[in-house]
Design a binder for this molecule. Sequence first.
Ligand SMILES: O=C(O)[C@@H](CO)OP(=O)(O)O
Length: 325
Amino acid sequence: MATVVSHQAIGSIVSHRPSDFKASQFLKEPLNVPMKFRHKGFKIKATASQIPILDTVLSPSNNIPHESKKKTNEASLILIRHGESLWNEKNLFTGCVDVPLTEKGVAEAIEAGKRISNIPVDLIFTSSLIRAQMTAMLAMTQHRCKKVPIILHDESEKAQTWSHVFSEETRKQSIPVIAAWQLNERMYGELQGLNKKETAERYGTQQVHEWRRSYHIPPPKGESLEMCAERAVAYFEDNIQPELAFGNNVLIAAHGNSLRSIIMYLDKLTSQEVTSLELSTGLPLLYIFKDRKFMRRGSPVGPTEAGVYAYTKRLASTDRSLTRP
Ligand SMILES: O=C(O)[C@@H](CO)OP(=O)(O)O
């Protein structure tokens, strides 16, 4: 049965987070610095494409080659579409409108968390929209690591300074969360806020299906999936894939279409194949990144499911370390 979390509790999860800090406060392991942090004076040693670079942030004088510090040659990647939102419930086109979860969405996020509770997570990426952030936070309440996800902000240097965490112990108990607008839902243009059924009655089912599921055709004044992919997949390649290549395990909480575009990239789907890809709200999907390839492992069934640990040796050893008293 799904655990019940009140809206008040969710409010406190989201609004009482520390406002800003650097990832270097939290990770001793290398973490790639997302694009948005790259103008803040961090030293960039390489192009975005291949090398995690937070070790330069952690210790700027560190010249040890990345390869020698690499954690492992495989990492897990979990994708979760946010739980049901208030506008999913009302069947409205949502796009970039920032709408929170329904109670059902909250329960879905918690259920997702149970399913992934044994899979290691070092780093979380979300969109900048509250429904994805709520989903990540709620899912992590169920994780066996018991670490607290904390959102990194970069609006001002003062905020970063003010939100420093000075306890080493506390830092070890935290997981950095990076919110990126590039992972937002596709912008639905003039459809945002319209009812999907009424729009289909007005413009025809075929037209609305093309707006919703085709790769190339944008909705009026909105983004096509192709346009959404240009930002979401570029962000993934520049900021997320290097972390995986370094051995950091990543959770992404995002949206139906930003994740469709990323899955298209991971599974090498054609523009035709992606039209029939549908993602349920709150359903986690697991991939293993190994030897520069993504292997889809489907949706973990639950924390007691032996198959979850059988995915890789690494997950099995993580399970053993979590189980150890
Ligand atoms: O309204 C939206 O933003 C999306 C996701 O809920 O809808 P669709 O299923 O049409 O892509």
